[in-house]
Design a protein around this ligand. Sequence first.
Ligand code: XMP
Length: 504
Amino acid sequence: MGFVLIVDFGGQYAHLIARRIRELGVYSELLSASSDLETILDFAGRSQGVVLSGGPLSVTEGRHDEIAKSLLRLGKPLLGICYGHQLLAKVLGGSVGRSPAPEFGPTKVELSPDELFEGIPAKVTVWMSHNDAVLEAPPGAKVLARTRGSPVAAMRYGAHWSVQWHPEVSHTQYGLQMYDNWLRAIGARRDWRPENMIEELTEMVRREIGGSLAVSAVSGGVDSTVASLIVKRAIGERLVPILIDHGLHPAGEPELSIALLENVGLKPLVIKAEEEFFSALKGIREPEEKRRAFGRLYARLLEDQAERLGAEFLVQGTIYPDVIESGGRVGASVIKTHHNVAGMPKQLRFKVVEPLKWFYKDEVRAIGRKLGVPEEILRRQPVPGPALAVRVEGEVTRERVELVRRADAIVREEIEGAGIGGLWQYFAVLTSSKATGVKGDERAYGHVIAIRAVESVDAMTASIARLPWEVLERIAARITGEVPGVTRVVYDITSKPPATVEWE
Ligand code: XMP
């Protein structure tokens, strides 16, 4: 199977580049620019082409010149995006400096005819985000686009191309078409179908686990279910699925999850640990610390079970974006500590098996579908590992969790009752704000509940759902009427980025 390598300079959208390329049927992988040069060149040498991503640094600092020069010497076709565009221009002898007019957001650009732009109108709107710009093209390069802030907004140098904008974000018109054209230009093989990987994954897991026993942490969510099914295919009854009942589940859970899991042949061993979770979270207000405390206890409970059963392996439903977001990227900060990756203590007593760690969410769904997982599970909205603990701002107490659980149930009932489909997630958050209201004839000073509803393909970016006002009003009326102590309901209208989906 061929693949495209993306050298990640810490750009916010590097993972989106990978997603787009996979969507076009070519496997792609991200490798941090902080990996050693030998590794980068080894990957690049085996790839069909290399994308140089965007990034927060300035190429004038010269941090990555060596990587770019070595890749040029290697002779694989390169595609530079944003920072990658400037890096290529610089090492090829062009000039890069402060843009005469830094561009952020939608920008009109005029394209010159080139195979990279085939099928794309000459005038399009693209998404820009840059302070520096390529001021002069390298000798021998052909300038393919100009804007006010980017004298060289796109260029071609032999078999290499680069653009200042981000064709991977949905705000860029014809962005996917541009990647498609590039893949055609470099002759990339379109042989990536995640669901065709099942046999290979099963075999990999079988080799990894050998004759040992494994436990898997299941939640009834898509990722852990699909991961466990693959392992079950590999080792059969030597897999013991475990569901930890931490008392932080949304309403109706974990009962519903247990029933769904039983239906797909993954009857879980249920460990009740509500008391332990509330005491482990007591007094903690800081979101990352909450996640770590949750992760520590979760890991310990699993370890205890694994030890009791004599299991050497732990199966986790970690997917590619979790690996990336937990600090797998250079220059980008750890956005959140996902409990199933970095939130777990480093030293675990068992070995971790992560059959899905190279896949994006929609790819996991495709695999699940092929394995016969019902749509009911595949379409379930994700719940973060620490569940309602990260949907209660500030301290996690039983009362506060119960409050958000009741509000959350109303949000679900009303949205589902109105027949609104196609949402990625919809839920309630108990904020730490207080606001004045009137209840009966009395002034009340109570809690503020925030409603979040987003549309997304893979949670790496998300846009807010435009819920009908009637539905929002009904939700507000019911929450203030039915959930004691709530005086106000607000609707979160922030997309990701800049916000994340969850509040904590
Ligand atoms: P954010 O808030 O980072 O969330 O935009 C992206 C997606 O990930 C889910 N999420 C988690 N999933 N463990 C998980 O497996 C976690 O700790 C976790 N935290 C957030 C979130 O619900 C959204 O769909």
